[in-house]
Design a protein around this ligand. Sequence first.
Ligand code: ATP
Ligand code: MG
Length: 567
Amino acid sequence: MRQSQLLLPTLKENPADADVASHRLMLRAGLIRQVAAGVYTWLPLGLRVIRKLENIIREELNRSGAQEVLMPVVQPAELWEETGRWAKMGPELLRFEDRHDRDFCLGPTHEEIITDLFRREVHSYKQLPCNFYQIQTKFRDEIRPRFGVMRAREFTMKDGYSFDLDQASFDRTYQGMYDCYCRILSRMDLDFRPVEADAGNIGGSNTHEFQVLAESGEDTIVYATGGDYAANLERAVGAPPSPRPEPGEAMHTVDTPDCTTIAAVGELLSLPETQCVKTMLVRGEDGPIAIVLRGDHELNEIKVGKLPGVTNPVTFAEESEIISAVGCRPGSIGPVNLAVPFYVDEYAYAVADFCCGANEEGRHHVNVNWERDLTVDAGRVVDARNVVAGEPAPDGQGTLAFLRGIEVGHIFQLGTIYSEAMGADVLDQDGKPLVPIMGCYGMGVTRLVAAIIEQNHDEVGIKWPAPVAPFHVHIVALNYGKSEAVREAADALYQACLDADMEVLLDDTDDRPGVKFADADLIGIPHRITVGDRALKEGNVEYKARTGGEAEPVPVADILRRITQED
Ligand code: ATP
Ligand code: MG
């Protein structure tokens, strides 16, 4: 491609509203342009990267035996009603009516559509296992689209769905997809980690996310320093707490005027936060529910959202609701004689002689002991907290440490939730109906572009890894318009690259050398060949790899061989 003909609107300045490096660089390097919040046009350079990713994804999925289909973006409400998700999905699902007043949505995911296809077209156990995928546009009306294409409203996803006859067969399929995801991300030169994760809206259990390690990532990943354990903080668990010590002195109540935080109460009473418990009220189906945590721990909204009776997603009760439910303001709540039901985190339950709010303004109980001063109903001791860095790993292999990650893939074990709800069964060997076990496998293609840039850039621009680069070779011709020698040499080299099937971009613009070099660094093509009068006089061009090293003279005759060697 000749750069003079390419729509490549690079920007010198950092765009004002781009908070992360990948978003800034995608705008500056002319990869994307925003059309509406979370909705983007992909320009030629950006689209070339998408195509590279899609090719890698297709090659690996096809190799693993999955077959490609293409389902519609527009989905009828009836299918979503069959699984109950029409009512369950919140405003993220963009709904609309057609001219006949029929309800539709823009597909945020495709479980309903694939399960409908399956029940219509697959009837015999002999056709299983089968595994379908597509690479397609999704729409999710995200509450806060941000970080460019990382959290967009319209984006490209690879989504896949598998159907197996039994658990053993499904386990093989799931492992196959897990391995396939690892191969795909390795081929993109990404530093990533598969981690245990929460299943979210899709349903099912035992899921894995594929997290690309990056400081700018929205997710916190927890991993064991001494072993294989790795999980999203949303779901990470710690080791069981040590047994609770025996109770000491009798419980009594003390004045704690103006102490509304654990830190203030702890300081007044000379108690560490680990010796206090804190009580928070979340909304439940029948009024507020209290969650009791050790003073130094944070509430985990994903875990709490799953507790029976709690409304999901979790919302916290406001001060007025708290006062009318328990008779005091938030800083003085405690589990003793509490007027609302409560759950207690297992770590808070392991503390003896603790301090807690007395449900009276400015008063706290001290030396409180579980099962002596208050009882806890069966099933009410739960895991409700975020694990903390430095605590022992659940499997005893070292301690837990934190990293930031960008979720680029998520694979789910769906069980028979969808196949059962939609009556998608097949006939087994004896002619009896059998409900297949499903899996589903997502990968964010457009988010991957951003994730790759997060891991591969410096202060001047993108550094594309060769397998995903929009072009392989960038010929920067200095003074192309005026110097015949340069024009001839650059054109010849360009033609030689094309003849060798190399993806080559020729900078034949009239820009000044400084502008050309700055743009070359910004768009980050792996191999740069500079053609200029001075070097040409010696029979040379200049070679520079975007990943580093000084520019060095290379004889014109050797340059293509040199590039092949570098790869
Ligand atoms: P998140 O927790 O980031 O919202 P999710 O759990 O909703 O993700 P899935 O439903 O598992 O995501 O979707 C599969 C993949 O699609 C994700 O791993 C991610 O790479 C991508 N993806 C999801 N939402 C978006 C979005 N708003 N913009 C771009 N990519 C997305
Ligand atoms: Mg989401």
